[in-house]
Design a protein around this ligand. Structure first.
Ligand code: MD6
Ligand code: FE
Length: 206
């Protein structure tokens, strides 16, 4: 496995997963899911997205991948990251500053996410923390270098994955869901929360 990739299987119990889903539903009322599009081609993602936190990740044909403080459709600031989510970051990230972006990914049964690297953040020293809720997904991960082998693993509801160190630069994506593998959500599908520090924290004096 790639150094710095850490999977915590079943980190969240069912009750906590349920509470998280309710918190995320509240976020999505304030900041509805939108459909991002690829830079240049404008091809829509099959995953729909929203965000919580001071900064949200968005992408469209004109502006490409970026973080911004406002919802691209409503223009409102993103809702706050739920305390429950901040606690998971505090417990697992080992990073001395809070996350600024909580990307909310919604996968319908046929959604997928191509291999990519997370590199739109200045704070590349911070890990990326990912929380899976709902149907199991087949996650693919490989080293940063194109053409090197990748491996596939399952991300199930309640799993938390951390990408730090070398794995922070890894290529990764979601090949497909396994619909019907979880009863957490009302509909077949999956929610993935990805927590990121975007800006470098101010360096402490001394
Ligand atoms: C997903 N995850 O699990 C997509 N990125 O739906 C990601 O793109 C991801 O799981 C950075 C770190 C962990 C991840
Ligand atoms: Fe990613």
């Amino acid at each position: 496995m790639i150094d710095g990739f850490k999977l915590h299987p079943a980190y969240l119990d069912r009750q906590t997963q349920h509470s998280l889903v309710m918190e995320i539903r509240a976020c999505l009322i304030a900041a509805p899911l939108f459909t991002p599009a690829l830079p240049r081609s404008g091809k829509p993602f099959s995953v729909r997205m929203s965000n919580a936190g001071p900064l949200g990740w968005v992408s469209d044909q004109q502006g490409g991948y970026r973080y911004q403080a406002h919802h691209p459709v409503t223009g409102s600031p993103w809702p706050a990251i739920p305390d429950l989510v901040l606690k998971i970051w505090d417990d697992l990230s080992g990073y001395p500053a809070p996350p600024e972006a909580c990307l909310i990914n919604w996968y319908g049964p046929d959604a997928r996410m191509g291999l990519h690297q997370d590199k739109d953040e200045a704070a590349r020293d911070a890990p990326v923390l990912s929380i899976s809720l709902g149907d199991t997904a087949l996650f693919r991960i490989g080293a940063a270098v194109k053409g090197t082998p990748t491996r596939s693993l399952r991300l199930s509801s309640g799993d938390v994955a951390l990408l730090s160190g070398d794995a922070r630069e890894s290529r990764h994506g979601i090949d497909r869901l396994m619909p019907g593998t979880s009863t957490l959500l009302d509909a077949p599908g999956r929610i993935n929360l990805t927590l990121r520090r975007v800006t470098l924290p101010a360096t402490p004096p001394g």
